[in-house]
Design a protein. Structure first.
Length: 155
C-alpha cells in the first residue's frame, strides 16, 4: 500500500492521522512523519495499515515469540522434566490462558452497547468447542535400581 493510497483511504473514511495512529497503537507524530514523506513507509507498517483498512471480519495476525527457558521455568515448575511436545503444549496453554484473561479484562471496559454489538456479531459465527487439557506429568523411565521413583543425580 502506498502513501497516496493510505491518504485517499483516510479521506474516504474521514479519518485523521491521529485516528490512524490510535488504531495502530502508534504516535500521531510518527504516522504524520511517514505520510508526509519525512520518514520512509516500511513494508511492515504498510501491511499493518492495509490489514486495518480491509474488512474487519477477516484479519490475519501472526507473531513469532521466543521465550527463554528461565521464563518458561517460572511459569511452569518442572519445565526441565517435560518432553519437547509437553513443553510446546504447556506454553500454548499458558498463552491461551493469558489471552483469555486479557480478553476478559478488555471486555470489562466495554460499554453495554459495545458488548451487545460484539455478541450479535460473534453470535452469528459458527464456533467449534474448544477443549483445554494440559498434561504436565513428566514421562520418566521406570526405576531399574529398586528405587520407588526415578531420582535426579546429585550436583
Amino acid at each position: 500500500m502506498t502513501i497516496d493510497e493510505i491518504k485517499n483511504t483516510l479521506k474516504e473514511r474521514g479519518w485523521s492521522y491521529a485516528d490512524l495512529a490510535e488504531k495502530l497503537h502508534r504516535s500521531a507524530s510518527s504516522i504524520k512523519n511517514v505520510l508526509s514523506g519525512q520518514q520512509p513507509l516500511s513494508p511492515s507498517l504498510a501491511a499493518h495499515i492495509e490489514l486495518l483498512f480491509k474488512d474487519t471480519q477477516q484479519q490475519l495476525l501472526m507473531y513469532k515469540v521466543t521465550f527463554p527457558d528461565a521464563v518458561c521455568e517460572s511459569w511452569l515448575p518442572g519445565w526441565e522434566h517435560l518432553t519437547p511436545e509437553q513443553r510446546k503444549t504447556a506454553i500454548e496453554q499458558v498463552l491461551l490462558k493469558a489471552a483469555e484473561q486479557l480478553a476478559e479484562a478488555y471486555k470489562r471496559k466495554l460499554t453495554g452497547e459495545e458488548l451487545e454489538l460484539l455478541e450479535r456479531f460473534f453470535g452469528s459465527l459458527p464456533v467449534a468447542p474448544v477443549e483445554h487439557h494440559l498434561d504436565l506429568t513428566p514421562h520418566l523411565l521406570p526405576p531399574t535400581n529398586g528405587y520407588a521413583a526415578a531420582r535426579e543425580p546429585f550436583a
